[in-house]
Design a protein around this ligand. Structure first.
Ligand code: HEC
Length: 158
């Protein structure tokens, strides 16, 4: 075996050992159901603050859609991961108070569709901000609001 090949073989063996060592480690513990509920409620509060602030600011006579890129992007990012914060076991009945209705889990396809509609509405909002289409952006704020309300109507306790 050439020197290079020996070096390579040792490197491979070390790499394989490293892999075994990583795999044998226990998976990091994820957040508890109560922590997941707290995280999503905080995210909803922050998205409400973002959405409300943006809607109010967009009413100013000199408002320009391109100034709301950060906010629109934040909502679009949150919309994409929203369903992941509703894993099984985080419905009502646990220690944490939640307004999530059991229908989220019994009608998962419907909930995912509502989240998908919201994600599409916020993605379009971001596009309109990038294009600096202010009238279109303002109209789209109404569509985003409808997507919030549609999901709340079906999947959130009054
Ligand atoms: C796909 C469904 C869905 C969409 C879309 C959605 N929400 Fe919600 N929202 C919920 C559910 C379910 C809860 C209850 C969460 C809980 O209590 O665990 C909630 C809770 C909230 C809360 C209360 C959080 C707390 O502190 O308890 C606020 C505020 C809120 N949403 C605002 C919004 C706004 C604003 C939008 C749109 C910009 C929006 N939501 C879009 C499903 C949705």
């Amino acid at each position: 075996m050439s020197k290079t090949l020996v070096t390579l073989a040792i490197a491979c063996a070390a790499g394989a050992l490293g892999l075994v060592a990583v795999n044998s480690q226990a998976a990091p513990a994820g957040p508890s159901p109560d922590e997941v509920i707290a995280a999503r409620q905080a995210s909803f509060d922050m998205s409400a603050a973002t959405f409300g602030g943006m809607s109010h600011a967009a009413e100013a006579p000199d408002a320009e859609a391109k100034k709301f890129g950060f906010q629109a992007n934040a909502l679009a990012k949150w919309a994409k991961v929203l369903p992941t914060l509703f894993p099984a076991g985080t419905g009502p009945g646990g220690a944490a108070k939640t307004a999530a209705l059991p229908t989220i889990w019994s009608d998962r396809a419907g909930f995912d569709k509502a989240a998908g509609d919201y994600a599409a509405a916020t993605a379009k909002l971001l596009e309109l901000s990038k294009a600096n289409d202010t009238p279109g952006f303002k109209a789209q704020l109404g569509e985003v609001n409808k997507a919030c309300a549609a999901c709340h109507g079906a999947y959130r306790a009054k």
